[in-house]
Design a protein around this ligand. Sequence first.
Ligand SMILES: [Fe+2]
Length: 467
Amino acid sequence: MAEWCADHLRNCEGWKSAGLELSTTSDENAKWLDACIRQLVSWSDCTSLGGFHTSIEKLVASDPEAIMARTFLVGLSGLGTEAAARNVEFAKKMDQLEIDAEKYGNAREKRHAKAAILWGRGKHHEAAIEWDKLLDDYPTDLIAVKFSHDAHFFNGNQIGKKNAIEKVIHKWNADLPCYSYLHGMYAFGLEECGIYDDAETQADRALQLNRFDCWASHAKAHVLEMNGRHKEGKEFMYKTEDDWRQGWMLASHNYWHTALFHIEYAEYESALGIFDREIANRFNKTNSLLDMVDASSLLWRLELEGVNVGRDRWRKIEHLSKFIDNHSIVFNDVHLGLAIYRQEDLETEKKLRNSLEKYSSLLSEDNAQISKTIGMPLYDGMLDFARCDYDTAAETMYPIRDKVVQIGGSHAQRDLFVQTLIQSCILSKDPKNWALTPELLVERETLKHDSLLGQRLADKFRALHPL
Ligand SMILES: [Fe+2]
């Protein structure tokens, strides 16, 4: 798979003739940079190149000083939510890159370095603006396309995500590397803006061009999820499983989407099977926070449905304590807190909450501000629910529900919080809380049509609170 990736990798002259000149004089470095961004965009390994991680090693080895390569790696670490400005080594890399880019980088590289460093230092919204401005001047800059797309996702900026691709896609031609992937990215931006028909058309177009485009499969899964086409969703995911699972960086998340279709039909054993076979193991291999989020989210959703998933399953999400001071994205922290609490490691959960509180009070990073105003109440509300304090959970989460989009992620992912708030209200003893349930159910149905799970929530509400 992905042998296409190794074809015609651009050397220095290739990048220059594409209008994307590099300051490095190493053709090897230029080629490995192309190899890395192509694999990142495809979420998969090119076997001919030895895979993504090998390509990263070769990128660094071929010219350790190259400005664009170092910029790419800073952006990759920051947007991978693995490193933050408070990581000393990462901060040093950014400081040195800032100096070197100014001295040795060309105009485009300086702007790229500025964007990546802004993100790394926690200025997420300014970083997204910089990547978008790069696209105005360099519409075929695949690194700017990818980083802008990811930045908008983490910033909870659906319109930005759609518009960034919309303004460049017609300036590409089909011969450019990774052209087909723009259709998948555009599909996801459209879907998050609720433009479902166009989103599906774009996802299908991407998959016609490249059936291995797991991001396009993912965008289609989102459309089917939000439109209540759960049967079609299941069939699509299983029919194309051999295609999309090759995108190993996204495979866990696409399995998570498959499990959501099962949960809609109350097929809990199937969802648990997916967790056991595909999700828990993947996180323990990749240590990707996206994979941790999927694992935590899936078990929590099953518990909301009344399934006893068992403490051992939660404990399959291993070695979480190393993430407690990360705070790159509070969206991650909330999922992390749930998992650690359910593992009954209360001391570590307390450390995580204290660390998050300290971070959100002391720092001026965008994520710190969002953590303070939205992330902390959300974290507390979710943990209140875990402790069966449904009144406090409802009272904590209800006032911020319209702002939760700012913590990033997708509508489908944030449905975890919507479902938990609705369950909190249903289970609350205070009439003023449970009386909010019908309004919340309508809000959910407006965004996410024909949800069988939504019907079950409504049935539960009527059963516990008959007129
Ligand atoms: Fe998704």
